[in-house]
Design a protein around this ligand. Structure first.
Ligand code: HEC
Length: 448
């Protein structure tokens, strides 16, 4: 029922289009070549009437599920019902020759009502994504974020509040006298006082209400509205628990691992943990040179000497690879996808023996180059999606005993190859499109 209601904003375009056509036909000169069009007016009017009726029904269902400013809804509803009635009268009158004199009058009246209903309806709409935002969409949006560069509030928290709270706590409405659309409003609180106390999730109304059971009348968002996904609620909670800072990045808040864990559905796979130990500081000049070439170089955690490097915007790949080799003790995560990276580059990169995560998707690597990676014994995550590699190439990686996740979507590896690959990588989750190869051994240990 709720879904049918949500079709309303889409369906209303039918009567608008159909009935505007009637107005046009009615006002076209009553001679050739238009004369024949007039004969269809009555039929089109009945179509318009039916579609208006359908719109009305969906609109009614939508109203049942929503929280709409009642005055505006009443006006819109009144205009919509009048429009439907007038359309019906007009359709009937169009069959009565003796009423010919009022055809044009009815068409103008109908036009006015179309405009009024449409305009009043427009003011009730709820943001562009109203129809399609679903839980999986929200998860997908979250998964798109580059966590190593993301800002905790701006990139994670704010979009959640925007999608799920602004409609009632934003510039338009301030339910409970609360606005959540800017830090100063969030800090100001609502009619019950402060809603956010940094570090105290139990005393922060902002998260307390979200975590209340759905049936509780204080639960937020109200139960007929789109709810936070589990991950969204956990992120909000983590943000408040870790100090509710509006400025810091995720790295600065030291919450990278925790967020990765939330986003991976609290499974422990794919989480290349920050390595312990200290490799010593990297040469700052090398880091600067690398940054100048367009690389993003960041510590994997606050005050850690281990580095994560993202080459996505790199300009001169050869030089970047040479610089990376000089950071071989520090670089643990390397993102080198979507680059013309080839086998000789891989030969050099094989010196980065500390690597735990390596992303090579959509690069030019081949089976021959792949064998160089066999020296990367720490590797836990390897992404080779959409490369030219095949099962034979992968077999040469039998030295990667710590590999947990291997991504090979869109490669020459076929589902048939998987059984044999399973024996080469007994502890690895191999992802090949819709098919996930189960881990062979049951005593898989989680790498800390
Ligand atoms: C459909 C409208 C609607 C949405 C969406 C909504 N709220 Fe509310 N919210 C209300 C209403 C109505 C009240 C006042 C009810 C009350 O005082 O119990 C309220 C009150 C609150 C209060 C208490 C304010 C105070 O000081 O009394 C908090 C905190 C809150 N909402 C948080 C949120 C959060 C966080 C979200 C998003 C995750 C959210 N709300 C989404 C309607 C909404």
């Amino acid at each position: 029922m709720e879904f049918i209601g949500r079709l309303h904003p889409l369906l209303v375009h039918l009567p608008i289009g159909i009935l505007l056509l009637v107005v046009l036909f009615e006002w076209l000169p009553a001679r050739k070549p238009y004369k024949s069009l007039r004969r269809s007016i009555r039929f089109i009017l009945w179509l318009g009437f039916l579609s208006a009726l359908l719109s009305g029904i969906t609109g009614f269902l939508l109203k049942q599920n929503g929280d709409y400013e009642s005055q505006a809804v009443k006006l819109h509803q009144f205009a919509g019902i009048s429009l439907t009635l007038i359309t019906g009268v007009y359709a009937w009158a169009r069959g009565q020759k003796q009423l010919k004199a009022i055809y044009k009058f009815l068409s103008v009246l109908m036009l006015i009502l179309i405009i009024a209903t449409g305009h009043l309806g427009g003011t009730l709409t709820h943001g562009e994504n109203f129809l399609f935002v679903s839980a999986s969409q929200a998860e997908a949006d979250l998964a798109q974020i580059d966590l190593q560069q993301a800002h905790f509030y701006n990139d994670l928290v704010k979009p959640i509040l925007e999608n799920k709270c602004y409609s009632c706590h934003g510039s338009g409405k301030q339910k409970g006298k609360l606005r959540l659309d800017a830090p100063e409003y969030i800090l100001k609180g609502g009619k019950g006082g402060l809603v956010l106390i940094a570090g105290r999730t139990d005393e922060s109304e902002l998260i307390h209400r979200v975590l209340l059971p759905l049936e509780d009348e204080d639960h937020m968002p109200p139960k007929e509205k789109a709810q936070l996904t589990q991950a969204e609620a956990e992120i909000l909670k983590l943000w408040i628990a870790s100090g509710a800072d509006f400025e810091k990045s995720i790295l600065e808040s030291n919450q990278l691992a925790a967020i990765q864990k939330i986003l991976s559905g609290n499974k422990t796979q794919y989480i290349a943990e920050v390595p312990e130990g200290n490799p010593g500081a990297a040469n700052p000049k090398v880091i600067n040179d690398l940054k100048r070439l367009g690389a993003v170089v960041l510590p994997v955690a606050n005050a850690s000497n281990y580095l994560s490097v993202n080459l996505v915007n790199i300009t001169v790949l050869d030089s970047a690879v040479d610089l990376l080799v000089q950071l071989k003790q520090q670089v643990v995560w390397l993102k080198a996808g979507d680059l013309p990276l080839n086998d000789s580059h891989l030969d050099k990169l094989s010196q980065l023996v500390q690597l735990t995560r390596l992303n090579l998707e959509r690069t030019s690597v081949t089976n021959a180059g792949l064998s160089h990676l066999n020296s990367l014994h720490q590797l836990q995550y390897l992404n080779l999606n959409q490369t030219k590699i095949s099962a034979n190439g992968l077999r040469s990686l039998n030295g990667l005993k710590n590999l947990q996740s291997l991504f090979i979507y869109g490669t020459a590896v076929s589902v048939k190859d998987l059984t044999s690959l399973q024996h080469v990588f007994p502890n690895t989750k191999i992802e090949i499109g819709n098919y996930v190869v189960p881990i062979l051994k049951t005593d898989t240990t989680l790498v800390k």
